[in-house]
Design a protein around this ligand. Structure first.
Ligand SMILES: [Zn+2]
Length: 235
């Protein structure tokens, strides 16, 4: 049985009960989980399952595996209580949403697509197809992003049939076609009026909840590939 991914519909859920469906070397799979597994550029959650600290979360096939420290491990069929470390998760949600705002701003202002990225709680890097970076880029993009954060735009999550999603202009821009055809329904994260992407990550409710960003550094990673390092700070 596939693990039900509770974070897809409620990113603010921090406690849940699940039934152990599989156990392997130091890790437990449940029928449902609120723990986010590493993927889509967003690192995994931490927290506890019962009394055991959760130190890593990975998706493998249909199951989400929670690596725990100590023991003994629960057994198949046991009901366990999971608690997600909310401080870390919320920092990651703020950071992830900030990166979508950055993508939207850069597309609107310069029509340049993103090529890659990675995030940690309250810090991130993203690469864009600039060549070269425009004059005064760092302070300018910081201002534009912070304006959008201050505008407190709603961030909405919805699920679209694949056939509808692939016709959506904004989703085409963010490469919805890269999603395997076997996926019948596509999860969409819409920062209303700014940026819309197919995305499996966890996000805050509005851009105001992000706070502000600070551009720490810009650097060239080669032709047509420029890196922006940023941190997320309280407004
Ligand atoms: Zn994302």
């Amino acid at each position: 049985m596939a693990t039900e991914l509770l974070y897809l519909t409620d990113a603010y859920l921090t406690e849940f009960d699940g039934i152990v469906v599989a156990v392997r070397d130091g890790a437990v799979a449940l029928d449902r989980t609120a723990f986010y597994p590493t993927g889509g550029g967003q690192p995994h959650d931490t927290g506890t399952l019962g009394d055991l600290p959760v130190v890593d979360v990975r998706k493998d096939g249909d199951h989400v595996w929670h690596s725990v420290e100590g023991g003994p491990l629960p057994s198949i069929g046991d009901l366990v209580h999971g608690v997600v470390d909310w401080a870390r998760r919320h920092h990651l949600m703020r950071t992830h949403s900030a990166l979508h705002v950055l993508c939207g701003v850069i597309w609107n202002e310069w029509r340049v697509p993103v090529t890659g990225g990675n995030m940690e709680p309250l810090s991130a890097r993203m690469d864009f197809e600039f060549d070269p970076l425009p004059e005064g880029f760092g302070p300018r993009v910081e201002q534009l992003v912070n304006d959008e954060l201050a505008a407190d735009r709603p961030i909405e999550v919805s699920f679209l049939p694949r056939s509808t999603a692939v016709m959506d202009e904004d989703l085409i821009r963010t490469k919805v076609s890269m999603i395997p055809e076997s996926v019948p329904e596509i999860r969409v994260v819409d920062i209303v009026g700014l940026d819309k992407q197919a995305d499996g990550g966890t996000h805050v409710h509005t851009t105001g909840e992000v706070g502000r960003i600070r551009v720490v550094k810009t650097e060239s990673k080669g032709k047509g590939n420029k890196r922006i390092r940023l941190e997320v700070v309280d407004a």
